[in-house]
Design a protein around this ligand. Sequence first.
Ligand SMILES: Nc1ncnc2c1ncn2[C@@H]1O[C@H](COP(=O)(O)OP(=O)(O)OP(=O)(O)O)[C@@H](O)[C@H]1O
Ligand SMILES: [Mg+2]
Length: 161
Amino acid sequence: MNKDEIQKVVHTLPISAGLFCIFVKLNQNIGIKIYPTKYSRDDVYKRQKKAAKLDLGPITYGIVDIEYRGQKAYCYLTEIVETCTPSMYNLLHVKYLREELLDKINFNFLDNHYKNCGIKNEKLICIDFGENDSDYILIDEKFGVYRDMTNEYLEDNIKYV
Ligand SMILES: Nc1ncnc2c1ncn2[C@@H]1O[C@H](COP(=O)(O)OP(=O)(O)OP(=O)(O)O)[C@@H](O)[C@H]1O
Ligand SMILES: [Mg+2]
């Protein structure tokens, strides 16, 4: 799927979102993660790419910048993995995952609740590589680039999973 195809289809698909990122499933295997600023996208993407190489996160398929609902949006493509349910979530496994991420890629997976975890090859992995959403907002504000992309869609569009 190229940029124009993504651009065309992305508005029509259901989204799920946390506080900072909008996630859209483009097909069965690939999703796009949409961020309001380049800084936050680059930061999260870089970390997921490193983790993917160690089988600690979903595979990444590159970055793409699109226009999303009238605003420039900074995105990357990711493998879709099975998301965790509370019953799959095992605190001991999360502890191991957190230790491994810290040891190997120096990422402190503090926000490690079940919605930020997935299962791949029967193993718990991280799916949310954001370090601290409020830091991104502070940094973006400092550079005058922070725009609140997500709030206006909260009511109608966001499907909480
Ligand atoms: N690789 C993936 N495979 C399947 N679902 C995903 C993937 N990445 C994200 N999602 C879905 O999209 C949701 C939002 O993504 P993510 O947690 O990265 O966003 P966020 O805004 O940073 O969340 P938070 O509020 O935790 O900071 C996830 O909770 C999950 O349901
Ligand atoms: Mg999240």
